[in-house]
Design a protein around this ligand. Structure first.
Ligand code: GLN
Length: 552
């Protein structure tokens, strides 16, 4: 039977609970344990698919097509495991399930209440599919005290009682502000947040304390005393310059040792063996991060350039490719709505241009401008999803002379154009033919999740992937309209090097004769991991290094 670790957050949001939970998972894996990661999100949305990346950061897509919170990206990247939609829960989803049961008559005769009906569903979610897993790490979204979070805290209270201390653990991530004038770390906000948890019947076992400077002994003693937590379980979580340095920090602070002590397991594990494993894995990565021998600048042309979390998987995939190429990646964020002259000036300073995914017509002309620049100036180019669609539009307009080339997505009511990117009304999905039209709902009607793609031999795509069949994750509504515009696309000099297995949907395009110009309909960034960087990103960075004469 699994052990359960619940991770809650106090004082304020954005403390990095997802990264903390991921690091806990990674550290337990180093000790030889299997882990499963789950996230319970108190917001009422059914899934994050319709939530704004401006506010919430990127929507992460899983293999099974579930649109999930970006923390799942951290879980997969830090632990290397593949998560599924069954690991993600929101209040909206629970209410959907409970109300469906009520309509079916499953609760005939009873009032439907938060306790027990909602909490029972939450409990079932926590326990589901955990047999055979050593540790299930459950992150509770939001901050303790949020009104939506109450049923979750109540559920973890109940589970702690039912399963007992030996099987459950509560880790509270909190924040200690540093007051410069007083030169002091303040513990009061943490005391308040722990008291709030205690008032709901939950006693944290470990306090993971985010702070900008190390925790003096007296601060640890004070927190221990006022929060009723053993002093050795008050653990510093110092700000780190790079998230990949955090597992080593937590380990040095004794976090994994204290977790094992709590559960009474692995306490005899040889320190030497663990230190060796730690050094082999995270130590090697640490050295690659701290001492790269090369540097390259990549432009990312986006719409949400102010909130970097909107592109978190993308920036992570770029840094993974940097580790692989012994290079530091400097990202130049270019707002797609910038003045073209400013954009051109910025583009002339970089060694590679990346146009990521996106929705709606806003900023698309700027992205097309950047793609044209990459094509004409032979700058390495990587396009992802919308980036591929715009590369097709750019080629059709500026090379093939189809000046009104566009995407159905960008046309306002009554507007017309040559839709080289269009809605595919029906297509073969994973195991069935799927349909959609302009009236389909906005939530859950995209082509989502992992789909296979076959790659043509002798292409750049084949050279990158070294395989004839691959699978990548999708999240889009529109496709390249080869049914009507195959000629124009060919005249544009665009070669389709990857397609869906039935050959109908273009998945990867490239330009022959250009040093590196490739774009993919799916999002390869979702599958890149620090210990297995994505080959497409690695080759893109290599091409950028070659372009800036630092390559091999
Ligand atoms: N907006 C485009 C579509 O729906 C591209 C989506 C994306 O880039 N993820 O097809």
């Amino acid at each position: 039977m699994s052990h359960f670790i619940f991770v809650t957050g106090g004082v304020m949001s954005s403390l990095g609970k997802g990264i903390a939970a991921s690091c806990i998972g990674a550290l337990l894996q180093l000790r030889g344990y299997s882990v499963k990661m789950k996230k319970l999100d108190p917001y009422i949305n059914v899934d994050p698919g319709t939530m704004s990346p401006y506010k919430h950061g990127e929507v992460f897509v899983m293999d099974d097509g579930c649109e999930a919170d970006l923390d799942f990206g951290h879980y997969e990247r830090f632990t290397g495991i593949t998560c599924s939609g069954a690991d993600s829960l929101t209040t909206g989803r629970i209410y959907e399930q409970v109300l469906a049961k009520e309509r079916r008559g499953d609760y005939l005769g009873s009032d439907i209440q938060v306790i027990p009906h909602i909490t029972t569903e939450i409990k079932a979610f926590i326990l589901r599919n955990t047999d055979g897993v050593d540790f299930t790490i459950c992150e509770i979204g939001g901050t303790v005290g949020d009104i939506e979070g109450l049923p979750y805290i109540e559920t973890l209270r109940q589970l702690s009682i039912e399963m007992g201390k030996q099987r459950t653990m509560r880790i509270h991530l909190t924040f200690l502000p540093y007051i410069k004038v007083a030169e002091e770390l303040k513990t009061k906000p943490t005391q308040h947040s722990v008291r709030q948890l205690q008032s709901m019947g939950v006693q944290p076992d470990i306090l993971l304390c985010r702070s900008e400077c190390s925790l003096p002994e007296d601060v640890k003693s004070k927190l221990s005393m006022f929060c009723n937590v053993e002093k050795s379980n008050v653990i510093a979580a110092l700000d780190a310059d790079n998230i990949h340095l955090i597992p080593t920090q937590y380990h040095a602070e004794g976090l994994d040792r204290q977790i094992c002590r709590h559960f009474g397991i692995n306490t005899n594990a040889s320190d030497e063996k663990i230190e060796f494993a730690m050094n082999e894995r995270w130590g090697t990565l640490r050295r690659a991060i701290l001492h790269p021998h090369k540097i390259t600048k990549i432009a990312v042309i986006g719409k949400y350039t102010k909130l970097k979390d909107a592109y978190i998987s993308l920036t992570q995939a770029l840094s993974h490719a940097g580790f692989e190429n012994d290079a530091k990646i400097e990202i130049t964020w270019i707002n797609a709505e910038d003045d073209p002259d400013d954009m051109e000036r910025a583009l002339s300073q970089v060694a590679g241009i990346l146009v990521p995914g996106g929705f709606s017509s806003r900023g698309t002309e700027g992205k097309i401008f950047a793609i044209k620049y990459a094509r004409e100036n032979r700058v390495p180019f990587l396009g992802i999803c919308l980036g591929l669609q715009l590369a097709v539009i750019e080629g059709c307009r500026n090379v093939a002379g189809l000046t009104d080339a566009t995407s159905r997505e960008f046309l306002e009511d009554g507007e017309t154009g040559s839709c080289v990117i269009d809605l595919m009304k029906s297509w073969t999905g994973a195991d069935k033919v799927e349909h959609r039209d302009e009236h389909s709902d906005k939530g859950g009607t995209m082509r989502l999740g992992s789909y296979p793609c076959k790659i043509a031999l002798g292409t750049l795509a084949f050279d990158v992937y070294k395989r004839e069949e691959i699978a990548e994750r999708h999240r889009h509504r529109y496709e390249v309209n080869v049914e009507e515009y195959a000629d124009a696309i060919e005249r544009a000099g665009i070669f389709i090097s990857g397609t869906s297995l039935d050959g109908k949907l273009p998945e990867i395009i490239e330009r022959k004769g250009h040093p590196f110009f490739i774009a993919t309909q799916p999002h390869p960034e979702f599958k890149s991991r620090p210990f297995s960087p994505h080959p497409l990103f690695c080759r893109f960075i290599r091409a950028a290094l070659v372009a800036s004469k630092q390559g091999w």
